[in-house]
Design a protein around this ligand. Structure first.
Ligand SMILES: Cc1ncc(COP(=O)(O)O)c(C=O)c1O
Length: 401
């Protein structure tokens, strides 16, 4: 879902010629990206990491999440969201998604417990969560919010940047994301202490490279998820492209959403159609049969359509290490075995989120691409109109073009 080309090659070439490829060397590519990304998000501090998973983990450590805490995650997200919670020593609680295919505020209200330390709204497939409702609940119940914006880099919600609304945010820059350096990530926070603790988790020697961060009482054993200058250089070039690219896809999404609705289809709930990433157009059907018929016909007509339920590790039923409670490489280190966590009595079962399984089986997402031109959008519009015909649904009236 990204664009890449000469600007990235040139920037990396210049960097390689300088020989300054260490993160804390003279080239300053990562420093620049962290400063620019932070400015864009609105004065948060940014720490680049090696991946989105590492970014989530570091942010959780920053938020002081650990054994004896639970963290609410949605039933539909890449399993790294839940695994990061376990890596931090805490227990994920899996909550329903609603018809926006993002975390259901109602289910968060139901499932939030005295031991809940944080919730992780995930802006899945570039679709923003209902952040107003989730932030209200978090404030009322005294829990922290970590936005997983790994799939929503550059997207917004009611005029604010995704990842900057909660107490911390995490981004992925892997190959499939809106901005990419092949692999990579970053966590952000406006809270100095969250940022510093997360930075220790991200780089066991962070205070050595950043003397300002030298506070011996706040040190603990971290690892190394340090980003490379090569990633920094690529991302600095990617940052120049993101707005034009997302604006384009948002425009395409608005057009195709209207085409579908005019053809009698029901859109998934869009929490902020104007600001989101526009990477996926979504419709919801009254039955799985109709959703499958629609997706099949779109695919035959050259669109890229899929049902979220079919996306493997994005649905909780396929998060094997969580469902089997295999939380670490060694039983003594396994958070599922810790007495503080056992006392929380958190259990998982395949049918624990029935509303999600129903919604994810009735929704269809159509992938957008920044290189789609007018002709391709017209083709997709025709495909949506035609596919609406094959759906035997009260929502889908036959249409004439
Ligand atoms: C929602 C979500 N969270 C977290 C991640 C983890 O990111 P990474 O693959 O960079 O570790 C991903 C990546 O696919 C993701 O989609």
């Amino acid at each position: 879902m990204y664009r890449i080309g000469q600007p990235e090659s040139k920037r990396v070439e210049t960097l390689l010629e300088s020989g300054e490829i260490f993160r804390y060397g003279k080239a300053g590519e990562c420093d620049q990206f962290e400063a620019d990304w932070g400015k864009r998000l609105g004065d948060v501090q940014v720490r680049m990491t090696t991946s989105g998973t590492a970014a989530l983990y570091c942010a959780l450590i920053g938020l002081k999440v650990g054994p004896g805490d639970s963290v609410i995650v949605p039933s539909c997200t890449y399993m790294a969201t839940a695994l990061a919670v376990v890596a931090a020593g805490a227990m994920p609680i899996i909550a329903e998604v609603d018809e926006s295919i993002t975390l259901s505020p109602e289910d968060v209200e139901r499932k939030i417990a005295p031991h809940t330390k944080a919730i992780i709204p995930v802006h899945m497939w570039g679709l923003p969560c209902n952040m107003d409702a989730l932030m209200d609940i978090a404030e009322k119940r005294g829990v922290k919010v970590l936005e997983d914006a790994c799939q929503a880099v550059g997207g917004g919600y009611k005029g604010r940047e995704l990842g900057s609304i909660g107490h911390a945010g995490a981004f992925s820059f892997n190959y499939f994301k809106n901005m990419t350096s092949g692999e990579g990530g970053a966590f952000v926070s406006a809270d100095e202490s969250v940022f510093r603790r997360g930075s220790v988790a991200a780089d066991c020697c962070s205070y050595y490279w950043n003397p300002d961060e030298h506070r011996p009482d706040e040190q603990f054993a971290g690892l190394n998820f340090r980003a490379t200058e090569i990633s920094g250089a690529i991302l600095n070039a990617q940052l120049e492209r993101i707005d034009e690219m997302l604006d384009r896809m948002r425009g395409h999404k608005r057009t195709l959403t209207k085409v579908g609705e005019d053809a009698g289809l029901t859109s998934i709930t869009n929490n902020c159609l104007d600001c989101e990433c526009g990477t996926h157009v979504g419709f919801i059907f009254d039955s799985e049969k109709n959703a499958r018929a629609f997706a099949k016909r779109i695919s035959e007509l050259k669109g890229r359509a899929f049902l979220p339920i079919d996306t493997g590790r994005h649905v909780y039923t396929r998060w094997d290490p969580i469902m089997r409670k295999q939380g670490a490489h060694h039983p003594a280190l396994d958070p599922f075995n810790l007495p503080q966590n056992k006392a929380l009595n958190i259990e998982y079962s395949m049918d624990m989120c029935p509303e999600s399984l129903d919604i994810l089986s009735r929704a269809v997402l159509i992938g957008m691409h920044p290189d789609n031109d007018r002709e391709k959008i017209d083709e997709l519009a025709d495909a949506i109109r035609e596919s609406a015909h094959v759906v035997n649904s009260p929502h889908a009236q036959p249409t004439t073009k």
